[in-house]
Design a protein around this ligand. Structure first.
Ligand code: CA
Length: 228
C-alpha cells in the first residue's frame, strides 16, 4: 500500500495514536496540528487521503476543507464531535467524502480510511465520454473544453453515471454512492444535485442532454442530443 495519509488534529496524543495505527497498516502518515498549515502542505506534497479534525487552532476544519476543495479532489475524512455539523460537512458546501464521530478508536479510523480509499480510487484518473472529460484526480469535468465547475457531489454523480452509460441508476444507488451510510439524506437531495448538474451541462451545451431522468426509476447517462 504505502499511501500517504495526512492527519490534521491538534490533540497530539490522539494524532500520534492514529499515526501508529496507520504505520502498522503500511500507510505513510504525516501529522499537522494547525489548520493554517494544511493547504500549503497539500500543495507541495503528494497525499492520498486527509483525516481532518473539525476543531483546530488557526483555521477550523470547515474552512480548511473548503479551501482544499478549491484545488483538489483528494479524499477527506472529517473528524467531528459535533453531530449537528455532519450535514454541512458532507454536503454541497464542504464536499468531504466521509466523517467519523468523536470519540472514536484508531481502529475505526483505520477501517474508514481503507473504505474511503477503496471507494475513491478504483477507476482510472481520467477518462472520456464523447465531448466530456472526467478527471478524477482533481474532480474536474470538462465538456467541449469548458470546465463545468461541479461541486464534489455533482462530480461524483456525473462520474458514476458516466462510468455506466445507458444504465439506469436508482436514487438509492446514487445515494449509496455519494453517502455510503445513508445516514442523512433523502431522495430529494439527489434530485436537487442532479438538477444543478443538468443546469451546468445545459449552460455549456444546451443541445446536449447527458443526464437523463427515467420516470419512476432514476437517472442514466447517455450522449444523445436533446433537441434533434
Ligand atoms: Ca481538535
Amino acid at each position: 500500500m504505502n499511501e500517504t495519509i495526512l492527519i490534521v488534529e491538534d490533540e497530539r496524543k490522539f494524532a500520534s495514536l492514529i499515526e501508529d495505527y496507520l504505520k502498522q497498516a503500511n500507510f505513510t502518515p504525516f501529522c499537522l496540528y494547525n489548520g493554517l498549515e494544511v493547504s500549503a502542505w497539500v500543495r507541495t506534497h503528494s497525499v492520498d487521503l486527509i483525516i481532518l479534525d473539525l476543531m483546530l487552532p488557526g483555521r477550523d476544519g470547515m474552512e480548511v476543507c473548503r479551501e482544499l476543495r478549491s484545488f483538489t479532489g483528494v479524499p477527506i475524512i472529517m473528524l467531528t464531535a459535533r453531530v449537528e455539523e455532519i450535514d454541512r460537512v458532507l454536503g454541497l458546501e464542504m464536499g468531504a467524502d466521509d466523517y467519523i464521530c468523536k470519540p472514536c478508536s484508531p481502529r475505526e479510523v483505520l477501517a474508514r480510511v481503507k473504505a474511503v480509499l477503496r471507494r475513491t480510487s478504483p477507476s482510472p484518473a481520467q477518462y472520456k465520454r464523447g465531448g466530456l472529460v472526467l478527471d478524477e484526480l482533481c474532480n474536474k469535468a470538462i465538456l467541449h473544453g469548458h470546465d463545468l465547475e461541479l461541486t464534489a457531489v455533482e462530480f461524483k454523480l456525473l462520474s458514476f453515471l458516466a462510468a455506466n452509460p445507458g444504465r439506469i441508476s436508482s436514487r438509492d444507488q446514487l445515494m449509496e454512492r455519494i453517502y455510503p451510510d445513508q445516514r442523512i439524506v433523502n431522495d430529494r437531495t439527489i434530485d436537487s444535485h442532479i438538477m444543478k448538474l443538468r443546469k451546468k451541462i445545459a449552460e455549456v451545451a444546451p443541445d446536449e442532454e447527458l443526464v437523463h431522468s427515467v420516470y419512476g426509476l432514476g437517472y442514466k447517462f447517455e450522449e444523445k442530443s436533446g433537441r434533434s
